[in-house]
Design a protein around this ligand. Structure first.
Ligand code: FE
Length: 211
């Protein structure tokens, strides 16, 4: 099987949020799609290991914030590369309550859904949601998953449905061991500045490895 075929499918980048017993939480997802228009339903796929999965199941509702190319990439680091069980991901993120759910502000648009069904796969739960509220936020150009890889130079967390293990690449580049961000220096072996912080996951220079 040639997994490059999977890369030809189109995806967006989303923050899926819900309540954890009254506390806002969420994670990044790239597998979200509209299933029907009337009534409007959407599906989203969330890894069993994502804390957000059980929170959606308990809450019975979820919101999808559509990220744009103008969205601060650190949103992906905050929501995509750490667990909401131990971290308050909304602590330093602007959000508002929309359709009774916490929704980040730095997004194109959002949808709020009521879970009407779910399907278990070996690794992920596919939640089917009836859309109960939706609106455009900042607009802008919706971020595609391809854009995220090419321009933001991010990688998939291991929990992403689209995660494909990559062979260790030779060559000499500074790579963030947390989120996979590749540092584009002026010269190939340029040292990272002392105060360098990963633009995606906000981790310090010390987590970067030369690969
Ligand atoms: Fe990083």
């Amino acid at each position: 099987m040639n997994t490059n075929a999977f890369r030809t499918l189109s995806y967006g980048v989303y923050v899926v949020s819900t309540w954890d017993r009254g506390r806002a939480t969420g994670c990044v997802a790239n597998s979200a799609m509209q299933i029907t228009s009337s009534p409007a339903t959407v599906a989203v796929s969330i890894n069993h290991d994502n804390y957000t999965n059980r929170c959606i199941a308990d809450c019975g509702r979820f919101a999808i914030a559509v990220l744009s190319e103008q969205t601060d990439p650190s949103i992906i680091g905050t929501f995509g590369f750490q667990s909401g069980e131990k971290t308050d991901k909304f602590a330093d993120t602007a959000y508002a309550i929309r359709g009774n759910l916490p929704v980040i502000e730095d997004a194109c648009a959002y949808l709020v859904c009521e879970v009407i069904d779910k399907m278990e796969t070996e690794t992920h739960t596919v939640f089917l949601g009836k859309v109960v509220d939706a609106d455009v936020l900042k607009g802008g150009d919706p971020m595609t998953y391809a854009y995220y890889h090419k321009v933001v130079k991010g990688k998939s967390p291991k929990n992403a449905p689209t995660y494909i293990p990559e062979e260790t690449q030779s060559g000499q580049k500074w790579v963030c061991s947390v989120c996979g961000y590749v540092y584009d220096g002026e010269t190939p072996f340029e040292e990272l500045p002392e105060d360098f912080v990963c633009p995606i996951c906000k981790q310090p220079k010390s987590v970067f490895e030369k690969k």
